[in-house]
Design a protein around this ligand. Structure first.
Ligand code: TXA
Ligand code: MG
Length: 328
């Protein structure tokens, strides 16, 4: 029987049994288990080869479940949850008393998010109604630790096929980069990982800018090297520098960047024209597939065009800079 399909009943049966299901979200695919089952959650770490000190996000069906999982949600957390969920935002909140240590790595906080993907919303709603009352699914991105996140069911199958019990195929992820993470357990809230909910949007909602992450990072996605393809990644600031970078590399090279539309210039001085916003969204949606395709094509070097540091451009730059960082 194929492991990839659209059978929500089968996914629920696997989860009820303590198994692992890859789930589509609007950002990237997640590797999900019942967040209240310690053995199932431990299996996620084993399959991902991820250190247990890197906690997992709990995915919930609905914003109304937040108080079952978090304690003392303050006004910033409440406001962001109400405004952005379902959507590509993860909030770090003080953990509720029933959250297990396997999920949080023993920390006093828990990462929560309500994803916006119709198939996974159905799964989460039925899970919380039929399998574990008010329950949630712990899910990191469905890739081995430090590698590129999957944005299609086929990516998950290629990485983890043997180790996952079922892959729920919800098509390609429309956003393509992981959720924005905001830590609401500190004052003022800190932006730990840029994503499709931008710092500008958060500032508008809160009435002040969130602080940038400082000090030793508290989210593993903030490790210097992450999201890494096999090929070496060279970054350039503009499409006009690509030819020189390719010539200098002088090995099998693949170029990745925004899809070149009919326009002659890609990205003007800033990213605020409508065309540029569309290009940024397309670039984010195709970014990980482009990195994977370059590896599959046997590239030794990937030359990647950095978008401007505005809006969604921050998230793309963050992932590319980590993909280009020296591996330890
Ligand atoms: O878009 C996403 O967020 C995807 C989809 C599947 O929801 N998930 C995702 O999970 O990117 P993951 O585990 O690959 O990245 C979540 C990051 C990790 O760096 C993790 O360490 C951090 O969030 N994190 C989760 N809970 C945390 C907590 N309580 N304190 C600090 N960091 C936390
Ligand atoms: Mg990840």
């Amino acid at each position: 029987m194929s492991k990839i399909g659209t059978d929500v009943d089968r996914a629920l049966a696997v989860l009820a049994d303590g198994g692992l299901v890859a789930i589509p979200t609007e950002t990237v695919y997640g590797l999900a288990a019942d967040a209240s089952n310690p053995a199932a959650v431990q299996r996620i770490f084993g399959v991902k080869q991820r250190p247990t000190s890197h906690p997992l996000i709990v995915h919930l069906a609905d914003v109304s479940l937040v108080d079952d999982w978090a304690a003392d949600v303050d006004s910033s957390g409440r406001l962001l949850a109400d405004a952005c969920w379902p959507g590509p935002l993860t909030l770090l909140l003080p953990r509720g008393p029933s959250v297990i240590d396997e999920v949080t790595g023993g920390r006093p906080t828990v990462g929560l998010r309500v994803p916006a993907h119709p198939m996974t919303t159905t799964l989460l709603e039925r899970f919380a109604a039929q399998i574990r009352r008010g329950g949630g699914l712990a899910a990191p991105s469905a890739n081995r630790f430090g590698r590129i996140s999957p944005t299609t069911a086929a990516h998950v199958d290629a990485d983890l096929g043997d180790d996952v019990d079922y892959i729920l195929d919800g098509g390609p992820c429309p956003i393509g980069v992981e959720s924005t993470i905001v830590d609401c357990t500190v004052e003022p809230p800190q932006l730990l990982r840029p994503g499709a909910i931008t710092a500008e949007q958060i500032a508008t909602l809160l009435g002040f800018r969130p602080a940038a992450a400082d000090g030793p990072s508290r989210a593993s996605g903030m490790l210097t090297s992450h999201y890494a393809p096999r090929a070496r990644v060279l970054l350039v600031d503009s499409p006009t520098e690509v030819a020189n970078a390719v010539a200098a590399a002088n090995v099998r090279t693949v170029v990745i960047g925004p899809s070149l539309s009919a326009k002659t210039s890609v990205f003007g001085d800033s990213a605020d024209s409508d065309d540029d916003l569309v290009d940024l969204a397309r670039y984010a949606a195709s970014l990980y597939a482009q990195l994977r395709a370059a590896d599959d094509a046997g590239a030794e070097v990937i030359v990647a065009v950095l978008p401007p540091a505005a809006g969604l451009g921050h998230a793309i730059r963050d992932r590319l800079i980590k993909a280009a960082a020296p591996r330890s």
